[in-house]
Write a protein that binds this ligand. Structure first.
Ligand code: MG
Length: 301
């Protein structure tokens, strides 16, 4: 089939007979943080250098949703459906309330400002897990600048009710995308240190999640080439759909590469959506692409 590289029959089974990548919208500079709203079949995502959020719906097409947006990056929705955002500019994780105001959920750890929260996932217990590399500080067009106060780049677990913030992963260089396995017993986190260092990491690590709140036994899950694994998602089979330079690459839980969905622009992130949760939305540089699949994402709601 054109537009795909198939290494395993399990990948072919994910495709529909007419599966074809479609470009839904374009005009962004660097697209990230796609998040789906089933209520009106719409997608919101970040154009980080444009300092804005964009929205696309089948009915209404493309529009600007928020500007300025404090250079928001990754998004997710909490158990109540509220939008959770990683804000480079505010160096915080923030939440959009139903009335339209933003609440800061976390902006410091042990008395020091966070670096620039990048990507986020909400666990089934309502806790918010996010990565904190320095891209919003070191890339002048992706934040307000400033100096790094944290000793490293960590992955955090936040209890939004109490504000309790714990660093749950401290042994990565530049943690970036993250997602849980369907049973939430494994947390996958990408490391994109290769973005600013030719010898830097470009892999996804896997960690066991202990008692739903800490991590252990970190190991390399897959090394991604070409390019870097930025954002990624997991489907109901536990397959990992990750961004890379040339494609969305699909891996089984053992790290076997099943196939590639070729995309004509470099990919920042992706998410599942659509009324049946089987539509893959791909945020790739200037554009949003979509592909109908024979599988569903595990993210809620
Ligand atoms: Mg990212």
């Amino acid at each position: 089939m054109e537009g795909f590289e198939i290494y395993d029959p399990r990948f072919k089974a994910l495709l529909q007979p007419g599966s074809r990548l479609t470009r839904l919208a374009t005009g962004a500079t660097w697209s990230e943080g796609p998040v789906y709203f089933h209520e009106d079949d719409s997608l919101i995502w970040s154009d980080i250098p444009g300092n804005r959020l964009l929205r696309y719906s089948q009915k209404e097409g493309l529009s600007e949703y928020l500007k300025p947006a404090h250079f928001q990056n990754g998004h997710y929705r909490d158990l109540q459906g509220r939008l959770i955002a990683c804000s480079h500019g505010e160096r915080a994780v923030v939440r959009l309330e139903p009335g339209g105001t933003w609440t800061t959920l976390a902006d410091s750890y042990r008395g020091q400002r966070l670096n620039s929260p990048n990507d986020v996932v909400v666990k089934s217990d309502g806790t918010i897990w996010f990565s904190d590399p320095p891209y919003g500080l070191i890339q002048p067009n992706e934040g307000y600048g400033g100096s790094q106060e944290q000793a490293g780049c960590y992955v955090y677990r936040l209890e939004p009710e109490t504000g309790k913030l714990d660093a749950v992963i401290t042994d990565m260089d530049k943690p970036n995308g993250l997602a849980f396995s369907p049973d939430e017993r494994i947390l996958y986190v990408s490391d994109t240190a290769g973005s600013h260092d030719p010898k830097g990491n470009h892999h996804i690590r896997a960690y066991d999640v202990l008692e739903g709140r800490t991590t252990a036994n970190g190991r390399t899950f897959v090394v991604i080439e070409p390019g870097l694994p930025d954002g990624f998602r997991v489907d109901v089979h536990g397959y990992v759909f990750t961004s890379s330079q040339d494609s969305v690459q699909v891996y089984d839980p053992a790290g076997v590469r099943l196939g590639k969905i070729l995309v004509p622009e470099k990919i920042g992130n992706l998410t599942f959506g659509g009324p049946h949760k089987n539509r893959l939305y791909i945020a790739a540089t200037t554009s949003i692409y979509a592909l109908e699949l024979n599988t569903q994402g595990v993210q809620r709601p």
